[in-house]
Design a protein around this ligand. Structure first.
Ligand code: SF4
Length: 740
């Protein structure tokens, strides 16, 4: 506590003073309240009375302020200024609340913006930073109707979208060929010099240089080659990128190595990075680059990263944070009643690369995960263990959906995958048979959906072979007979530049097997540039992939660099995604797309043409909450001295949760980056900041509705209400909230 009060004595900087002056000049009423108040309490009361007066006859806004999403009002019906009033009132109502800030390794943060303004006005103290005052200037402009809600013409949105080429652009394809040859020539040199000795990938001594390149080009088609030659050190990464990384970046990467952070960038994925920057696509590859090149904050936090997904922390014999008992520590993850994740004990624990903002950095820092691919072969005991794990699905009253991931589900070899599919088939069949003996309203949910979580169409499209497609097709045919109806490959594209001819071919093979492919996009700073996500959705549709989620970046300060504030996710969904808004009457047609999944490309095209939209905006923008559920239903209830916003979330009311959410209360998150810092970062990567005007105003979010294609199929029997494998402690307390 005393530490926090000490901060009140800190003098504000010259820049903060200037912004404060601007704030008061623009808002004489605020100035009057601040100078008139003898202390912070009077300042709070003064501001509250002032804004309540503005709100007086505005029934809709009052309802929303008091009841949020439970009111009959949607925040999109509110005036732009109403949103500012609600934020100010929330600031007042939550004044003085303390929060554990996991961005600052558990330091206490306190929110009291009105007090900070009062201190700054009357004493020149409070320690509030310029980013805090920037946010305040925008807040009061919004209140005074000097800041308008933005809408954009179709032409403008199309223009933004056209800034980002896809990897199918012939000019990009040519550049990637150059990149590929550069990388292969380095590998050839290393083999010739004896620096690399491999029993499989080596040359006959008689081969000329051209013949070696020919041979290496054939290797390029094999997934094993890319895994074998994946780059595992900073210096090699730089060498492969033609020594184009600057000294500051190299210093960070060397530090990362020292801290034990793994590097794993396969040659194919590396070839997607521009070394010779094309004039028509300057900065277009940043969403890829920022997934490969670690940031200073990530390296500094490595070793101190806090687990975001609290329900992944499992103690034997105890339920997880969502209340579920699990059959094993590391193989089953569960948040919801209907679905659980299965992580096999084999290569499936690894990925084709390591995404810089991956939540699993937490496990890498603890040494639990690694890229020792040779050690990830399944052990002899695996078949028995798998049976035990799948028995958990069979004997659970509500589980109907099994998501196989890792790592990456397709990192498992064909044999392992086939074995896994056989085991799932047996389990689903037995679960169905056992149901026959149960009375109607006591039946267990049968398995209706199988999903594979994989980024290999992006990281390693060479892995998607005809043989793999055949295995997938066979499983679908067989499993359909035991009631499984939905076969989904859930992938993770970040950028339209990741969609290359190789990727397109890989996706076509997956589609030919009759599986539906959906995408989970992570909304990093570079991926949050105006138009980037629009283009990604468009090109995904063109190759037959449906957008599923746009996820805000999870995590704390380790992901500072890639984090785009949730305000931007709301802005994107309202101002940009609207370009692909699916008309109501098309939803049913989309729902039936998986029935002819083999024709996905043509069917999506037809719907787009009929609806006259450039893509199907089938995804929802959400944050995976650090506890249970996904949501973008929030209100900004506070702000730190650094201008970092404090968001209070509610659960997504449209899906079934563990009953524990009733005990959890609201979830509070302190963002790792202020809006102002985010905008500066965008400027640094070449964005025109005026294009983002209005961003500060998005202090309320509401989770979008899920489209019916993502619903479970209806069943013709009644599932029991009993929840097995669940224990809700009498008083669980606030296990995920960081509210102190
Ligand atoms: S593919 Fe997924 S699990 Fe693998 S590193 Fe990337 S984000 Fe993490």
């Amino acid at each position: 506590m005393s530490y926090l009060y000490e901060l009140d004595k800190i003098a504000i900087s010259v820049k903060s003073h200037r912004l404060l002056k601007q704030l008061l000049n623009e808002n004489p009423k605020l100035e009057e309240i601040m100078f008139g108040a003898k202390n912070e309490t009077e300042a709070l009361i003064g501001v509250k009375n002032w804004v309540l007066e503005i709100l007086k006859d505005n029934t809709a806004a009052i309802k929303y302020y008091e009841n949020g999403i439970s009111s009959s009002v949607s925040f999109q019906q509110l005036d732009w200024a109403d949103i500012a009033v609600i934020r100010i009132l929330d600031y007042v109502d939550n004044a003085g609340r303390e929060f554990i800030d996991l961005n600052l390794r558990g330091e206490l943060a306190i929110s009291n913006p009105i007090k900070l303004i009062w201190l700054a006005v009357n004493k020149g103290t409070g320690g509030a930073k310029p980013d805090f005052f920037e946010d305040m200037v925008h807040l009061f402009r919004q209140l005074m109707d000097k800041d308008e809600r933005q809408t954009h013409s179709k032409e403008k949105l199309n223009q933004w979208m056209s800034r980002f080429p896809s990897g199918l652009d012939p000019r990009i394809i040519k550049l990637r060929e150059e990149n590929r040859d550069r990388i292969l020539n380095i590998i050839i040199d290393k083999i010739d010099e004896g620096e690399i000795n491999d029993s499989k990938y080596r040359f006959e001594p008689s081969l000329s240089r051209d013949e070696k390149l020919e041979t290496a080009l054939q290797w390029w088609q094999e997934s094993a080659f890319h895994l074998r030659f994946a780059i595992r050190s900073a210096d090699l990464l730089n060498e492969m990128l033609g020594y184009s990384l600057d000294p500051d970046t190299m210093q960070i990467l060397h530090k990362a190595e020292k801290e034990g952070m793994p590097f794993f960038v396969n040659p194919y994925y590396l070839s997607l990075l521009h070394v010779r920057v094309p004039y028509f696509a300057i900065g277009a590859d940043l969403a890829i680059r920022h997934y490969v090149v670690y940031s200073r904050q990530l390296v500094e936090e490595f070793g101190q990263i806090n687990a975001w997904e609290k329900e992944d922390v499992v103690e034997p014999g105890k339920p997880n944070a969502a209340g579920w008992f699990l059959p094993s520590h590391h193989n089953v993850h569960r948040r919801y009643p209907e679905v659980a994740i299965l992580i096999p004990d084999n290569m499936g624990r690894a990925c084709g690369g390591l995404c810089a903002s991956c939540q699993r950095m937490y496990d890498f820092q603890n040494g639990y995960l690694n890229f020792n691919l040779n050690k990830l072969k399944p052990e002899e005991t695996w078949p028995q263990k798998l049976k035990t794990l799948l028995d958990y699905f069979k004997n659970d009253s509500q589980l109907r959906d099994i998501l196989i991931t890792g790592g990456d589900a397709l990192m498992s070899g064909d044999k392992s995958l086939k074995h896994l599919f056989d085991a799932i088939y047996d389990m689903a069949k037995t679960k169905r048979e056992e149901n026959e003996t149960r009375p109607d309203d006591q039946k267990y949910a049968e398995i209706v959906r199988v999903r594979l979580g994989t980024r290999l169409p992006v990281y390693l499209p060479q892995r998607i072979t005809d043989k793999l497609a055949e295995i997938l097709r066979e499983f679908k045919e067989k499993a359909s007979e035991v009631g499984i109806k939905q076969f989904v490959i859930q992938t993770h594209f970040e950028s339209p530049l990741e969609i290359t001819p190789a990727t397109k071919e890989a996706v076509a093979k997956l589609i030919s097997s009759g599986w539906t492919i959906t995408n989970q996009h992570v909304y990093t700073t570079a991926a949050s540039r105006r138009g980037h996500n629009l283009k990604l959705r468009q090109v995904l549709n063109e190759i037959g992939v449906l957008p599923y989620y746009t996820f805000s970046v999870k995590g704390y300060m380790e992901n500072y660099y890639n984090f785009a504030p949730n305000a931007r996710a709301v802005q994107e969904s309202i101002e940009e995604k609207v370009l692909g808004k699916i008309p109501e009457e098309k939803l049913d047609k989309i729902k039936h797309l998986p029935e002819t999944a083999e024709n996905m490309i043509e069917n999506i095209k037809q719907i787009k043409e009929e609806a006259d939209i450039p893509f199907l905006a089938a995804d929802r923008n959400v944050l995976n909450l650090p506890g249970v559920g996904k949501s973008l239903t929030f209100r900004v209830i506070g702000i730190t001295r650094y201008g970092r916003r404090i968001l209070q979330f509610e659960h997504d009311a449209t899906r079934v949760h563990s009953p524990i959410i009733e005990k959890l209360g609201k979830i509070v998150i302190i963002e790792s980056k202020s809006i102002s810092e985010y905008l500066k970062q965008l400027e640094e990567i070449g964005e025109e900041i005026s294009e983002y005007s209005g961003l500060y105003g998005y202090s309320i979010g509401e989770t979008e509705a899920r489209i019916p294609i993502y619903e479970y199929p209806e069943q013709d029997y009644k599932i029991t209400k009993e929840l097995t494998n669940l224990e809700i402690p009498v008083d669980r307390g606030e296990i995920v909230s960081v509210d102190n």
